[in-house]
Ligand binder design. Sequence first.
Ligand code: MG
Length: 391
Amino acid sequence: MTDAIAHIETFVVTIPRDTPYLGPLRAGEEVNERGYFVRTSNRTIYPVEDRSVLVKVTTHDGVVGWGETYGLTAPGVIGVFVEDLILPLIRGRDPLDVRAIWDDLYDILRVRGYGGGFWLDAVAAVDIALWDICGKLAGVPVRKLLGGERRSSIPAYVSGLPRATVAERIELAQEFVGKGYSAIKFAAAVSSEGIEAEMKALREALGPEIKLMIDFHWMFGAGDAAALIRRLEPYGLFFAEAPVKPEDVEGLAQVARSVSVPVAAGEEWRSIHDAQPRLAAAAVSIVQPEMGHTGITQFMRISELAACHHVATIPHATIGVGIFQAASLQASAAIADLPMHEYQHSIMDRNAALLEGQLKAEAGHYLLPHGPGLGVAPAEALWKHAAKIQG
Ligand code: MG
């Protein structure tokens, strides 16, 4: 055995922001006593502040690995899973057995209704931390352990234009084009002037060369989604994301069969078991694994299964302090068919000061973190936003 897992600590990180993720609140959207609001367009709950959960895994020899997962809702649940289930089962195991550890943790609750959700989020955070340790033990960036560095930077697409009006959103998009970005995704859930009108306005303002994508946030039935995408085809969409409800596999396949725009999905998947039926049904042309849900182990398996179906990987990016973002870039550097990676500018740029190590996008590309493991770790400045929850 190389080393052994000794301890895991869990922290909630809360970072205030002026405008909620995806943009300002609309009429009928109110913040409740726990700091949540429900977006009326996609009927999904969000906290007004940015929040995620960090895990710190320490080995007997004192090597530290960092992991991170979603903390948008009920973040304390992750601490309970780590304390009550994960740590007692994996304490003493070799961190290099990381893939076997993911499988063992999946097995223990698979027949009890925990094939996803908070449980696999907790497993993902620990998985990322174990890969960080593996890289540190080997003295190499994690991408080297995942098959190698296929690219030295990763094209970044600008996600979300968190402004109140279409004019302001176009202005922000033009700002990014001016900085060298050539791909932009519009969040349909915050459309204020109609999805078709806004996509038309964006295309006219940005010109024919910019890649334009749209995220439907699971808002439609298959028939309506297909009809809308066909109406948007004149605006040259690079992909259409999450057109139907996450559980509607047949609907997703129906949309994919009915439109010429590539259909993308996968940000809510936790494992290969979510990807497999959708790939088998030819329901997606692009998979969008989210590192904060999948961990590195399942991120790579989803991408490899997609490659067997000649489906590209364009990873999702979301609210986090940057640990799972760095893990996502490490994995993305090792994936063959990876045209670009989502870039949550309103989150990542602000959080760079909270991390040690390089986490940066410039002139349309992510730069890769340097150093062994993930290449990033919490900086001193992060701890004023963090509270320990278990461990
Ligand atoms: Mg999305």
